[in-house]
Design a protein around this ligand. Sequence first.
Ligand SMILES: *[C@@H]1O[C@H](CO)[C@@H](O)[C@H](O)[C@H]1NC(C)=O
Ligand SMILES: *[C@@H]1O[C@H](CO)[C@@H](O)[C@H](O)[C@H]1NC(C)=O
Ligand SMILES: *[C@@H]1O[C@H](CO)[C@@H](O)[C@H](O)[C@H]1NC(C)=O
Ligand SMILES: *[C@@H]1O[C@H](CO)[C@@H](O)[C@H](O)[C@H]1NC(C)=O
Length: 470
Amino acid sequence: MKFITLIVILIALLSLLHLAHGRIKTPFTRARNSYLREKYWGEPPVFSNETLWFEQKQDNFDSTNNNTWSQKYMIVDDYFEENGPIFIYLAGEASMSFFGFQEVQVVNWAQDFKALYLVLEHRFYGDSYPTDDLSTSNLRFLTSQQALADAANFLTWIKTERNLPLDYPAVVFGCSYSGALSSWFRLKYPNLVVASVAPSGPVLAQLDFPGYYGQFSQSAAPDCVAAAQSASDQIMEAAKTQKGWDYLASLFNSCTPLDNPSDQYYFIYNLVDALGGSDQMNNPPTWILNSTCATLLENGDYLNNWATIFSAGQTGCNDFRLQTFINQTQQIDIASQNGDRSWEWQSCVEFGYFSSTYPGSSVFPPVLNVEEQVRWCSEIFGIPNMTPNVDSTNYWYGGANPLSSNVMFTNGNLDPWHLLSVNNDRGNVKAVTYQAGHCGSLIATTDHDPISLTQARQAVFEFLQSVLAQ
Ligand SMILES: *[C@@H]1O[C@H](CO)[C@@H](O)[C@H](O)[C@H]1NC(C)=O
Ligand SMILES: *[C@@H]1O[C@H](CO)[C@@H](O)[C@H](O)[C@H]1NC(C)=O
Ligand SMILES: *[C@@H]1O[C@H](CO)[C@@H](O)[C@H](O)[C@H]1NC(C)=O
Ligand SMILES: *[C@@H]1O[C@H](CO)[C@@H](O)[C@H](O)[C@H]1NC(C)=O
């Protein structure tokens, strides 16, 4: 077994990562903006200079399919001492290296507990593809259940390889979608891991998620909420005439006229994303919601300021054509992929999470319905009337009431995703909340951390002590 050096992640890079996140709507669209990635994120944090691969089955549930593929993983042996536990971090909907900034505290805990540290890339992301391309027919192998089974195969193999018994203590981690995966892994494979830490995991699948933008009114300061409302009213007023749309197109630097309902919808969808999603990654030290609100309130020209917020990091005009998005997401070449098509598939099949703005649900233009976003599923994958089967997902995993044990959820009260997670103890399923954003409990410690965040990390540490002592 190889010994690999862990290189510590740069704080400077981290703060920029948070900045970049402010523009991103869901925890699942982080791979979407390659421009921001290059500009702010640079090279991904390096954990290892070696790439290791594990052979997996294409379909873990079909014994007549003997196709195999190579899944990327990493092992950090440096902290491991005899009788130390195994910590496995499940990467989510992006390349494995993306998640480095979310692993900072996990790596600290691995040092504290002298753990063997593993990271596993998720099938259909990064460099881990079970098929030659992402045709709709091949995407049938992309499900959370397959991903969990991959992790089970991998963990079983590592234990065997190291001559450890199958019930050797292991703890599973993740964050965001992979935080949900982490809790589901403990639920479905309880003999392989003694516990799960599940930060910001939206375990409740929900087709229509108006709470995503509704949360903004709870998280932002009242003057910022009022400014967002006022700017939204201006947009709705402008949207009454083509002249108004022409004005919006020019203000937001659109490449093309906003002269048809599809592009007009997609325009508002993206605008709302830039402002209404800024609470998600509101973490120290950058506190992106506060800086976004400061920009919105400057000089009182809210709509113009919204355009400034939108254009941060953009070069050239903005392509608001829905067809551009659809076309990109229809590409099936692996080389053309950044995770969008794979995540869209998972949203359209298992989770939904479509962010809507029905009247009264948020301060944003009340035109983002769920039907249009569901319609994109059919168009992208060529399946008539395609719609996510969220009921099936919730039956399978138990939604927001998982009947599990030794799981600890952590959630930021300012992050909309906490609404689809577990925020209160239920028996042996534990929950802790804090006053910051998405995945806050796992990112680097700063001098600006609220006490509640420090306490949440301490609660995870004590949880690990307790489950590993059992
Ligand atoms: C990887 O790291 C090891 C130890 O630091 C070093 O000896 C080796 O040359 C590195 N390999 C590459 C390909 O950089
Ligand atoms: C896979 O299955 C086919 C048909 O059953 C068989 O011919 C082939 O040898 C198998 N391949 C492997 C690697 O087992
Ligand atoms: C961010 O804004 C909120 C609401 O106005 C305020 O309570 C909080 O102190 C601000 N945080 C920082 C770090 O400035
Ligand atoms: C989308 O793809 C279609 C078919 O390939 C092409 O005709 C159309 O111009 C593309 N539209 C955009 C906006 O890229």
